[in-house]
Write a protein that binds this ligand. Structure first.
Ligand SMILES: Nc1ncnc2c1ncn2[C@@H]1O[C@H](COP(=O)(O)OP(=O)(O)OP(=O)(O)O)[C@@H](O)[C@H]1O
Ligand SMILES: [Mg+2]
Length: 245
């Protein structure tokens, strides 16, 4: 029987940030040597004042922007040691990104939008229809984005972020454009789908109601992430499931 040790895959975090620093000019220090670890399957919410650097942090993790110093490891692999091609490949395979403004391509059908990550990863395209059904949009494959409501569009964006079963999902204010009831429905679905895929999720939000869906709430302040708490009204709003359930 093989001996399990610390090299077992489950011991490798989905995401690790080590000493991540980013400044815009000499006076605008956004991240100040930030350290952070996200376990596999864990769902964290990141809150913080406007302009504090939440989107910058997600962009650095996603490789859409470069840190001044520090390391980002996705699934144990340091992204800053990779050349551009290798970093792009890693992002395609291991990352799903949900944006506030959906970023659904207007001239592609819903099925084509959701199939994009499959196409880029040489995976069977049939999973796109399954994923659309999983987010409650069965039979809408041939519709165009303009035929959808905001909540439906965000569900398409979630389907696209999850369809290739990424290890890590980054979501930047995914319910920022939705009314509270729709936001609740979208987050319920988002969390359930992320869990069934065993994906780790980092969600930036200004909404305590949205943050209540997370296993852990963090606040970005002074260039570091701190443990945060929700007000009493929201701290019991959502059932707290085990991150590894
Ligand atoms: N390309 C850039 N050049 C210069 N400054 C920038 C650039 N991108 C972001 N900043 C600055 O970095 C800081 C952090 O911006 P960021 O977008 O990460 O904030 P945020 O926490 O996501 O805010 P919000 O909650 O409003 O979305 C801001 O002061 C912003 O002006
Ligand atoms: Mg932002």
């Amino acid at each position: 029987m093989p001996v399990r040790n610390q090299s077992s895959p489950s011991a490798v975090p989905a995401l690790e940030c080590r000493g991540l620093s980013k400044a815009y000019g000499a006076s605008r220090i956004v991240l100040a040597g930030l350290d952070f670890t996200l376990a596999r399957g864990e769902f964290v919410a990141v809150m913080g004042d406007s302009g504090v650097g939440k989107s910058t942090l997600l962009n650095l993790i996603a490789g859409l922007d470069r840190a001044d110093s520090g390391d980002v490891l996705i699934d144990g692999e340091p992204i800053n040691g990779l050349d551009d091609d290798a970093a792009t490949r890693l992002r395609r395979q291991k990352l799903g990104f949900v944006f506030q403004a959906f970023h659904v391509l207007p001239h592609l059908t819903l099925a084509q939008n959701v199939a994009l990550p499959l196409l880029l990863n040489d995976l069977p395209l049939g999973q796109a229809a399954e994923m659309l059904a999983a987010v409650g949009l069965a039979g809408r494959d041939a519709d165009l984005p303009r035929q959808l409501s905001g909540g439906e569009l965000q569900r398409v964006a979630i389907a696209r972020a999850l369809v290739h079963r990424p290890r890590l999902i980054l979501a930047d204010e995914p319910t920022g454009n939705l009314d509270p009831d729709t936001a609740h429905d979208v987050l319920t679905l988002f969390r359930a789908q992320a869990r069934s895929n065993h994906a780790a999720t980092m969600m930036v939000t200004h909404s305590e109601a949205a943050a209540a869906f997370a296993d852990r709430v963090l606040v970005l302040r002074g260039g570091h992430l701190h443990a945060g708490t929700l007000s009493a009204q929201h701290s019991t709003a959502a059932p707290q499931a085990s991150p590894h359930a």
